[in-house]
Design a protein around this ligand. Structure first.
Ligand code: SF4
Length: 362
């Protein structure tokens, strides 16, 4: 086993990222084999339980209300709908359902209560449950944990320095605060980022420093390649090269040996050979389903064909950590406090995406 380090520097990570590809692949694949079964891949199904109309200004996101992107918004799904989708996901080989809501932060009230009921329902069906709902308070994290949440996703997106170039409606510190609140429970952390947003290699290394120096490191790290959506400020970004993706996956595997490295958005732009190289470099998790919230994703059957071709098996649920218990709403020891997460920059005025707003209006 290699030792998990929490003191990686940007320079060390950049040196790994820039190694000759054959050396980088060999090292990453070696670390991967020491910590994981190289023939097993965990599959998650992403469900957009509330789409569009988000007040945030993430420059890559078609769900931000301020951009004109032709996505169809929907209100919060019902528990019955989520149950039906979970049964489908289970039958197709997923071990986890990840529910995403286009919210800035969780607000206590009937909609959050409905999400808690969804968590209870999925956990009772024997699937790992993950949520990505925006910023969370400690009390909200505890209520989710009590309902049976297995993982909470909250991506750092990029380096601290580049973050404000992409998002102005919240700060990097706000992300870390939510992760910290999740860590006060037994819920695992899923946090990663996006490459191809115009960031430098130094920013990519900076993001991996921020993630790898968390203690404990996130149990799951999604690596997304930007899907440039028309109408967003990042619509003209060039697609990420497969070699950048392979380097990023391999470097993530080396600096976070125990984590599940997740191939996320951008897989439709990758060939089967490209995806196989990523699995070899240490990726051991994917999102399945024909859509990732709102952007396209390979069909589940295509994924299963690729797994067959490569001799990969899907991971069963609760292999890494025991299934949490579900406490029913009537037995909950936490009350709704009606609170909102505090923002780290309350005086800040939104400027970064003004030009995009103007463009969208015209
Ligand atoms: S990424 Fe999330 S927080 Fe940002 S605009 Fe999209 S839905 Fe809102």
């Amino acid at each position: 086993m290699t030792v998990t380090r929490h003191n990686w520097t940007k320079e060390e990570i950049q040196n790994i990222y820039n190694k000759p590809v054959m050396e980088l692949l060999y090292e990453a694949a070696t670390v991967h084999r020491l910590h994981h079964n190289p023939n097993t891949v965990q599959v998650s199904t992403l469900l957009s339980i509330k789409t569009g109309g988000c007040p945030e200004d993430c420059g890559y996101c078609p769900q931000a209300a301020r951009y004109h992107t032709n996505i169809e918004g929907n209100d919060l799904m019902s528990v019955t709908q989520v149950k039906a989708q979970t049964l489908r996901a289970k039958a197709s080989g997923s071990s986890r359902v990840c529910m995403g809501a286009a919210w800035r932060n969780v607000k206590d009230g009937p909609e959050f209560d409905q999400v808690l009921e969804m968590v209870r329902t999925i956990n009772k069906l024997g699937m790992e449950v993950c949520c990505t709902l925006g910023m969370l308070t400690e009390n909200q994290a505890k209520r989710l944990a009590e309902a049976g949440l297995y993982a909470y996703n909250h991506n750092l997106d990029s380096s601290e320095e580049y973050y404000k170039e992409v998002i102005s409606t919240r700060g990097f510190e706000d992300r870390l605060k939510t992760i910290d609140n999740v860590r006060k429970t037994n819920v695992t952390v899923c946090s990663g980022g996006i490459i191809g947003m115009g960031e430098t290699e130094e920013d990519r290394a900076g993001m991996l420093v921020a993630l790898s120096t968390l203690n404990p490191q996130p149990e799951s790290v999604p690596i997304n390649a930007l899907v440039a959506v028309e109408g967003t400020p990042l619509e003209n970004q060039k697609p990420v090269s497969i070699w950048d993706m392979v380097r990023m996956v391999a470097t993530t595997r080396i600096v976070m040996p125990e984590t599940q490295v997740r191939l996320s958005a951008g897989r439709t732009q990758m060939s089967q050979e490209g995806q196989a190289l990523c699995f070899f470099a240490g990726a051991n998790s994917i999102f399945a389903g024909d859509k990732l919230l709102t952007t396209p994703n390979p069909d589940v059957n295509e994924d299963m064909e690729l797994f067959k071709l490569l001799g990969l098996n899907t991971q069963r649920p609760f292999i890494k950590k025991r299934q949490p218990q579900t406490v029913e709403a009537k037995d909950s020891k936490y009350e709704s406090l009606g609170e909102k997460p505090k923002w780290s920059r309350p005086e800040h005025t939104i400027q970064r995406n003004e030009s995009a707003k103007e463009k969208a209006k015209s």
